[in-house]
Write a protein that binds this ligand. Structure first.
Ligand SMILES: N[C@H](CCC[C@H](N)C(=O)O)C(=O)O
Length: 281
């Protein structure tokens, strides 16, 4: 058994594992323990999770660094996760007593700042170039019809197909998302993110995630994707926007074209999990 923690960022929830602990098969560990019916349990029973964050803390750096690897419930590895990176920063801040942490991800190194009420992570520059998303074509996809939605494709560390609709709750996301998520124009697949204008400003959000293969309560790269697309297509000019997924409000801000993501992080509980899976299972 190994010690683990459970965290969530606006309802996007993760099992956090110190990478020093021996886990024979990270893939098997994520598939088993993320399961919503018989995965990781808290005081009130099984919770499961949207993914496992394996975190290697390097406290000697200034600021401390964390190498973050997100393994998803289907066993795949995602190159970036906005809410996961915010949880990783809170975990590292607890261990180092520092409020600034660098998170190393396959999408790049991102600075995180841990405050009392919220954790902010730099998210880099959203990219529309087909080579970045990636798209299996030479032109960016901006407000094009795709599987019944009007889609703009953007890379915010992972690929998002963003569609603005009148009311995010009026869309049967589970029904419409899989065709977009698996469309041949996205050679690595895509997360499918819906947005609609909120009466108090900003946007409501719903995201169907690749790797979870379902809707999550929040998605940080998706929130940044909505803000980036809204600016690109001229829906807003703001440098600071509230994006509201079902699990709680996120703030996306821009300095020039570089985005940051802020919102609360909650340490839910600590427990122990079995890590004794066959290496290649
Ligand atoms: N929930 C995450 C995104 C995970 C990325 C993943 N679903 C993929 O692209 O495979 C976030 O807060 O940004």
């Amino acid at each position: 058994m190994i010690d683990v923690s459970k965290y969530h960022g606006t309802g996007n929830d993760f099992i956090v594992v110190d990478a020093d602990h021996p886990v024979a098969s990270r893939r098997r560990f994520a598939i088993d323990h993320c399961d919503r019916t018989d995965g990781i349990s808290g005081a009130t029973g099984p919770t499961g999770a949207d993914g496992v964050l394996f975190l290697a803390l390097e406290p000697a750096f200034d600021p401390p660094r964390v190498i973050m690897t997100l393994v998803q419930p289907d066993g795949s590895v995602a190159s970036m996760c906005g809410n996961g990176a915010r949880c990783a920063a809170a975990w590292a801040a607890d261990r180092t007593d520092r409020d600034e942490v660098m998170i190393d991800t396959p999408a790049g190194t991102r600075r995180a700042t841990v405050g009392d009420e919220s954790v902010t992570i730099e998210m880099g520059t959203p990219r529309f170039d087909p080579a970045f998303v990636p798209l299996a074509r030479d032109d960016p996809m901006v407000e094009e019809p795709l599987c019944g939605l009007t889609v703009t494709a953007v890379d915010t560390g992972v690929p998002h197909a963003v569609a603005f609709v009148d009311d995010v709750d009026a869309v049967d996301l589970a029904a419409v998302a899989p065709d977009v998520r698996h469309h041949e124009v996205f050679p690595e697949g895509a997360n499918v993110t819906l947005a609609s204008a909120h009466p108090d400003g900003g946007f409501r959000q719903r995201t169907f995630e690749r790797g979870v293969e379902g809707e999550t309560r929040s998605c940080g790269t998706g929130a940044v994707a909505i803000a980036a697309v809204a600016r690109r297509v001229g829906r807003v000019e703001d440098d600071r926007l509230t994006v509201r997924p079902p699990g709680g409000d996120l703030t996306v801000s821009f300095e020039g074209e570089v985005a940051s993501l802020s919102g609360p992080v909650v340490h839910e509980f600590d427990t122990e999990l079995s890590a004794a899976h066959a290496r290649h299972a």
